[in-house]
Design a protein around this ligand. Structure first.
Ligand code: MG
Length: 160
């Protein structure tokens, strides 16, 4: 069995007048994540970890924010494409582990749904998607509710 591990990070600004999407789930909140796509920083961190573990270009190169094709795109679609690119090289996802750093809103009630959606797109069991949410202890831009950041690791395997 061959293994590869990848790490991903993303941060998006929180602004008014946008819907908040994290892990493919729309979360009721007064602000949403700014971005060319739907702004789903958690899926973007996972996509980057997956792509680079598979030896592919990163999310910014593959899905440039200058391309109108990706305007407002559902990030689940980008995750699906990333999974397929890795799959073409024979890489399958073993597990994902991620951290969301958000001062607000409280994400605990949505974690199960996020894990289910991510697992569904990746074609893995729900318990192979680890997800933690943390506040930033009121520190910095995340603590001031101006941004949400996410870290992710993805382990890939090839062979039996
Ligand atoms: Mg992003």
């Amino acid at each position: 069995m061959n293994y590869r591990v990848g790490v991903g990070y993303d941060i998006h600004r929180l602004i008014e007048g946008r819907k908040l999407f994290l892990g493919g789930v729309e979360i009721p909140y007064i602000k949403g994540l700014f971005g060319h796509s739907d702004g789903d920083a958690l899926l973007h961190a996972i996509i980057d970890a997956l792509l680079t573990a598979a030896g592919e270009d990163d999310i910014g190169q593959l899905f440039p924010d200058t391309d109108p094709k990706y305007q407002g795109v559902d990030s689940k679609e980008l995750l699906k494409i990333a999974t397929q690119r890795a799959g073409k090289k024979g890489w399958r996802v073993s597990n994902v582990d991620a951290v969301v750093i958000a001062q607000e809103p409280t994400l605990a009630p949505f974690k199960k749904k996020m894990r289910k959606i991510i697992a569904g797109v990746l074609g893995i069991e729900q318990d192979a998607v680890g997800l933690k949410s943390k506040t930033n202890e009121n520190l910095g831009e995340i603590g001031r509710k101006e941004a949400i950041a996410c870290f992710a690791t993805v382990l890939l395997h090839k062979g039996e």
